[in-house]
Ligand binder design. Structure first.
Ligand code: ZN
Ligand code: ZN
Length: 276
């Protein structure tokens, strides 16, 4: 009753999130090059051959950079809306792209992936929740502001990648042009640390064991600051920074009741990796 999750990279330089069980997995976004995706998966003991599909949140380069190559090499279906596809010159082999509808669950083996729309300055942006083995994992980055869908899904999650993009003061006093500052914080850009923290404190479920702080800005945030803010109110939830430069460890997310030993849920030990 568990899922294995990792962030292969998180930030405006590339996003790719792996969620899977023992037999199959999906990638949410493919913003690293094909080679770098393979390299990081290998370092973690994960096999590309377990990946059965790629889901694309939106067309910004940091989410799609490696998708054409990766899908071609491994012959992976790419779940992408028409709107996203048409707004970027993406080249796929004809049989690989598959359109999807929000709220309509998609089955990938025994995993179920559900999309819902989000506020972001892209053509047709979506967030995804991956469910399997009784566990739900959300990927919630590139969000201008929270909406009722985000809140409803976040409440159900056992683990979530949650954007914590910028510190409001650092953005305000930093060197970005005014237009860019306004884009980031204008409701269709990114979530601030404060907005993410409010979502976490008000709407997390009792079963949220892992929160991955994601898509941190290189210029307008400080990883230590963000982590300290969340750690201060984390309770039993483990707060993990998803770096801009490397993969996280593989985390084993289980919905086993706490009394059965949540201790086994954390970083996957070497012997557990042999299960992949
Ligand atoms: Zn992004
Ligand atoms: Zn974006």
């Amino acid at each position: 009753m568990s899922l294995f999750v990792t962030s292969l990279n998180s930030g405006s330089n590339g996003n790719c999130y792996y969620i899977g069980n023992h037999d199959e997995a999906v990638l949410i976004d493919a913003g690293l090059s094909c080679r770098e995706t393979e390299r990081r998966m290998k370092r973690l003991g994960l096999s590309m051959h377990k990946v059965k599909a790629i889901f694309i949140t939106h067309e910004h380069t940091d989410h799609i950079y490696g998708v054409s190559r990766l899908s071609k090499k491994y012959q992976l279906p790419v779940y992408i809306t028409e709107g996203t596809r048409n707004n970027h010159r993406l080249h796929f082999q004809q049989h690989l792209p598959v359109s999807f509808q929000p709220y309509k669950p998609i089955e990938v083996g025994s995993l179920t992936v559900t999309a819902f729309p989000k506020f972001h300055d892209a053509a047709d942006p979506h967030s995804f929740v991956v469910a399997g083995n009784g566990v739900q994992v959300g990927v919630f980055t590139d969000i201008g502001r929270p909406c009722e869908h985000l809140i409803a899904h976040f409440k159900q999650c056992d683990a979530a990648f949650l954007e914590s993009n910028y510190d409001e003061e650092m953005l305000e006093t930093g060197g970005y042009p005014q237009r860019l500052k306004d884009r980031i914080r204008g409701g269709s850009g990114h979530l601030s640390n404060t907005q993410a923290l409010a979502l976490f404190t008000r709407h997390r479920s009792a079963q949220l064991t892992h929160l991955f702080l994601s898509h941190l800005s290189a210029n307008n945030n400080c990883p230590r600051l963000a982590q300290d803010m969340f750690n201060a109110v984390a309770g039993k939830t483990e707060i993990i920074l998803a770096p801009r430069t490397q993969e996280t460890a593989v985390y084993h997310i289980t919905n086993a009741p706490i009394r059965l030993g949540r201790a086994v849920k954390s970083k996957v030990a070497e012997e557990q990796l042999s299960l992949f």
